[in-house]
Design a binder for this molecule. Structure first.
Ligand code: HEM
Length: 161
């Protein structure tokens, strides 16, 4: 298998990025839905920290993935009827929008809450905005609803239809 994509197949880098990100994102969706209703405890705070740290890993990976996609050819979908080709490409573009928007909304939400995001205890990431309670509430809703939409798109992506 080749490192780069060809006209007919995805290369090893694209396949690796697809699966590592799929595992991380599905894990983050499950973790997010699990951690929010928990009562305040050390466990909840630790889960929030892991959620944010692995969420930032997704943001780093999607920058690399978008750059890789733009600098590679993508396998043609010529064998598909036009509407299926359109649907498949639209779902792919929607994934990119969500893979950027969800972690960035989480990062702004944390900054607005006055909590800087730590990167696995190595360093703190810069705050994107000053603490602001109204903004935190708005971003929490945006982050949540984008995540729900992403779940719907994942089902569309894996649906056999
Ligand atoms: C692809 C990456 C991510 C996904 C799929 C994701 C998904 C989710 C989901 C499903 C929830 C639960 C929403 C709810 O039920 O209210 C959640 C909550 C949360 N996420 Fe993320 N998230 C991601 C990245 C991030 C990042 C990078 C940060 C911060 C740096 C972050 C911060 C938070 C916080 C603080 C909450 C809890 C909000 C609350 O207490 O209501 N997330 N996330």
């Amino acid at each position: 298998m080749l490192i780069k994509n060809t006209k007919n197949h995805y290369g090893i880098v694209a396949i690796f990025l697809h699966w590592i990100m799929a595992i991380l994102i599905i894990g983050l969706l499950i973790l997010g839905l699990y951690m929010v209703p928990l009562p305040i405890s050390r466990e909840k705070l630790n889960l929030y920290r892991w959620h944010k740290e692995f969420g930032m890993v997704v943001l780093i990976l999607v920058v690399f993935r978008a750059a890789w996609r733009l600098s590679n050819i993508i396998p043609s979908l010529a064998s598909l009827p036009p509407w299926e080709k359109f649907a498949a490409r639209s779902v792919h573009y929607a994934f990119y929008v969500f893979m950027f928007a969800i972690p960035i909304s989480g990062w702004i939400m944390s900054s607005a809450a006055g909590f800087s995001v730590s990167f696995f205890g190595l360093f703190l990431l810069p705050d994107l905005v000053l603490p602001d309670e109204n903004l935190r509430i708005i971003l929490t809703e945006i982050h949540k609803w984008l995540s729900y939409l992403l779940i719907a798109i994942i089902f569309l992506h894996i649906s056999p239809l």
